[in-house]
Design a protein. Structure first.
Length: 336
């Protein structure tokens, strides 16, 4: 029998820092745990539970999910729901839990995109899987160019008014549509709490396109996903492609991505990280937290050890002018 889980009393004194999320009362941990991978029904429940427990014990209060995370679809939410039921339910009010809908989830014309029917049905399913009465934030996972954006946004408004989510956010929206969303939601007294976007040293689009600045101007926080570019911004591929790696399996990260140019940049960035006394992964996470443009960074993990390593990034998030210049020279005019 596993002992009943009891979180560490010092979980808020373990070094985690919290940042205010735009113009709101919400503080998010600088590092959040994402359940996109390694929490599905193909994964070991004991390992998934150990990672969630470890995260909470280290002050990670924000857990990021979506309806189709797994594999299979929905199974990450089911895994999280079992963890809630078995150990975290007494601490529900300390947690900030998100889910999303927008990508493919079930067959037929109402199983993806941004219709009111899909968003409402998906959230109801998500709440059942996670054993929750509400989520803290519900996202429109992607912009739907074929559904009137007002329909998508009004569904978000009504979801808050129904008490099924405390806050709402948008993910991966183009800048012009994001501005429409900020205005629409604000006019209906449902502030857009978060913009979630892909952001890392190899993908600088949010800063170049002005999405970071736009979010800040609208009092919306920005939360970054894929901070390690699916593992490229680690030392994992410096000396070839490991057999057990995501790239070797060909899932979400193809071997064709690792060109000589990319490898050269990874090597150069690794040298900067070594000079800082960090691993490349630690520096890549630290770089995202170097100023207040990013509220939180979502990390994935396959083990407690990997999550522990990621948390070391919080020990040094300051960069000298020379370090910033070196990093800029390596990553400028490069997009992956």
């Amino acid at each position: 029998m596993n002992p009943i889980y009891s979180p560490l009393p010092e979980r808020y004194d373990s070094g985690m820092k919290y940042r205010r999320c735009g113009k709101s009362g919400i503080l998010l941990p600088e590092i959040s745990l994402g359940l996109w991978h390694n929490f599905g029904d193909v994964d070991t429940f004991a390992n998934s539970r150990a990672m969630v427990h470890y995260a909470f014990d280290r002050g990670i209060t924000h857990f990021d999910l979506a309806n189709n995370y797994g594999p299979s679809y929905g199974s990450a939410e089911e895994t999280f729901g079992m963890i809630m039921k078995k150990s975290l339910m007494p601490y529900r009010d300390e947690l900030f839990i998100s889910t999303k809908a927008g990508h493919d989830m079930w067959p037929g014309p109402y199983g993806e995109w941004g219709s009111r029917k899909y968003l409402m049905a998906s959230l109801d399913q998500s709440l059942k899987r996670m054993n929750l009465d509400y989520v803290d934030i519900f996202y429109s996972h992607r912009y739907d160019p074929n559904t009137p954006v007002e329909e998508t946004l009004q569904a978000l408004v009504d979801i808050v008014r129904q008490g099924k989510a405390l806050y709402v956010g948008i993910s991966k929206y183009p800048k012009d549509v994001a501005q429409d969303a900020y205005y629409y939601l604000e006019e209906r007294d449902v502030h857009c709490l978060l913009y979630q976007g892909r952001y890392n040293l190899f993908n600088r689009a949010p800063e170049k396109e002005g999405i970071l600045r736009q979010a800040k101007e609208n009092g919306t926080g920005f939360i970054a996903f894929s901070p390690l570019a699916q593992g490229l911004l680690t030392d994992r591929y410096l000396h070839g492609i490991p057999e057990d790696s995501r790239m070797a399996k060909g899932k979400f990260l193809k071997k064709e991505v690792l060109t000589d140019r990319v490898l050269h940049k990874i090597t150069a960035l690794n040298e900067v990280a070594t000079g800082r006394g960090q691993t490349l992964a630690e520096m890549s996470l630290s770089w995202l937290l170097k100023d207040d443009s990013v509220t939180s960074v979502i990390v994935g993990a396959s083990s407690v050890t990997q999550l522990s390593d990621n948390l070391k990034a919080l020990e040094n998030t300051s960069f000298s002018a020379e370090e910033k210049e070196k990093i800029e020279m390596i990553s400028m005019d490069f997009h992956l």
